[in-house]
Ligand binder design. Structure first.
Ligand code: FMN
Length: 186
């Protein structure tokens, strides 16, 4: 099972697209959406967080630190936080595991599982950079929401698919979400 968390940064479309793609591929996901994310989801995409329940296998409340994914005994293989706020990054960096997202991230790091964070903030303070460096040094992967342009995107979905494709690359999941550099068109 793959844990997906959506926190209150701009870029809700990335998290939702990842859930769609993983579901289309038949992958099982456990989803947590923080309270700030619920508000931004409504603002950016115009829908309620409850609509996301159809896109996941398990759904957990952010304040439920007793949920299965919050124990090291839960054998989820990887966790992606997309988009990921600087607040959540700060909590993960310091081990301040006070909600279901930061605790599951704590579990991923302490158990040596894949933790992938997709931060969305600009510009960055020194403390933001330090927190990301700290998580990276512990084995977490920082994959900033920075779409490329060498695949010649024509619409927003091309940029979103590029980023989701990069996430799948890290997870070693095959896909055709973006055209790789020098890749032949079939
Ligand atoms: C419209 C809006 C956009 C925001 N975008 C970002 C963002 O891109 N990155 C970020 O780190 N925080 C952003 N924030 C601030 C977070 O939502 C805030 O720090 C919140 O407490 C994060 O909590 P969470 O990490 O538990 O979701 C934004 C807030 C609002 C209202």
């Amino acid at each position: 099972m793959i844990v997906v968390a959506i926190t209150g940064a701009s870029g809700m479309i990335y998290g939702v697209r990842l859930l769609e793609v993983l579901q289309e591929m038949g992958k099982k996901t456990a989803l947590v959406v923080t309270d700030p994310a619920r508000i931004i989801l409504k603002h950016e995409l115009g829908f309620e967080e409850k609509n996301l329940k159809n896109l996941c296998y398990r759904y957990y409340q952010p304040n439920d630190f007793t949920s299965a994914i919050n124990s090291g005994s839960c054998r989820f293989e990887s966790m992606i936080i997309v988009p990921c706020t600087m607040k959540t990054i700060s909590a993960i960096s310091t081990g301040f595991a006070d909600n279901a997202v930061t605790r599951a991230a704590d579990v991923a790091l302490k158990e040596g599982r894949k933790l992938l964070l997709v931060p969305r903030e600009t510009p960055l303070r020194s403390v933001h950079l330090e927190n990301m460096l700290h998580i990276s040094q512990e084995g977490g992967i920082i994959l900033p929401a920075m779409p490329a342009f060498y695949h010649q995107p024509e619409e927003i979905n091309d940029l979103v698919n590029f980023l989701v494709g990069k996430i799948l690359d890290i997870l070693h999941i095959d896909h055709h979400l973006y055209r790789r550099w020098k890749e032949e068109i079939p």
